[in-house]
Design a binder for this molecule. Structure first.
Ligand code: ZN
Length: 237
């Protein structure tokens, strides 16, 4: 890897990729406290460009002489969980689309608890629209499978996303960057399928039906072989 290239998370590529270092500024600080303890620390600001997609990010790395800091303590602008709202979101029902925008806004400000709670609500809206409101989450998940909205093998995945939302709402749990990405993958997958189903219904409505096939036993009339307008005029008898 070239000296000016470093690895960093890319939101658009959704993973760690090689980045080109565009600019770097290091700020150094130090302090001696009232008990004569000397400490020093640095903040390194790096502007990086993804070599895969060209996305730009600012990464701030911290070092402190008296306590250990690692990559989880670094700051990223935009945050690592931030992702682009998919183009198809506007084809969702209006209240779902509005909530989608709020969820992606929460991701952009690294508010992962709010984002995962919003993601859980999106799944709830989807279930209400497809299998109704009655019954526990588990019952409704089962109905999604039995009524053909969800493949049985995907039930556990959706359950995991719902559980992450529950944990954030009731136990103050903050999902890590990878888990948050996984929850969003699950929600996007579910809602995109819903959008495609709506599109398929529209496509069906807009497509003219096939003309009925002529019966096999009926002989083709001879006039069909020559278009009427090209036939010579027949004089009246
Ligand atoms: Zn990228």
């Amino acid at each position: 890897m070239a000296r000016s290239q470093i690895r960093s998370h890319c939101n658009r590529c959704q993973g760690e990729t090689r980045h080109r270092l565009i600019e770097q500024v290091v700020r150094e600080y130090d302090k001696t406290d009232q008990w004569d303890n000397y400490t020093e620390w640095t903040s390194t600001y790096r502007m990086l460009e993804c070599c895969g997609c060209g996305e730009i990010q600012m990464r701030v790395e911290y070092w402190h002489s008296s306590h250990e800091l690692d990559e989880d303590d670094w700051d990223y602008y935009p945050p690592r969980v931030s992702r682009r709202i998919p183009d198809w979101y506007s084809r969702l029902p209006r209240d779902w689309a509005e909530l989608m925008r709020e969820v992606y806004g929460a991701l952009a400000s690294n508010s992962r608890r709010l984002a995962v709670m919003g993601a859980r609500t999106l799944i709830d809206l989807y279930m209400a629209a497809t299998v109704g409101n009655h019954g526990s989450f588990d019952d409704r998940l089962d109905r999604l499978v039995t009524e053909g909205f969800l493949a049985g093998k995907n039930k556990a995945t959706l359950q995991a996303a719902l559980e992450a939302g529950n944990a954030a709402a009731h136990r103050g749990h903050t999902p890590n960057v990878q888990d948050m990405g996984l929850v969003m993958d699950i929600v996007e997958n579910l809602l995109h399928t819903h959008v495609l189903e709506i599109d398929a219904e529209k496509l069906k409505a807009n497509t003219p039906p096939r003309p009925p096939r002529p019966a096999k036993t009926a002989p083709a009339p001879s006039s069909v072989t020559e278009p009427a307008e090209e036939s010579p005029p027949t004089p009246d008898a």
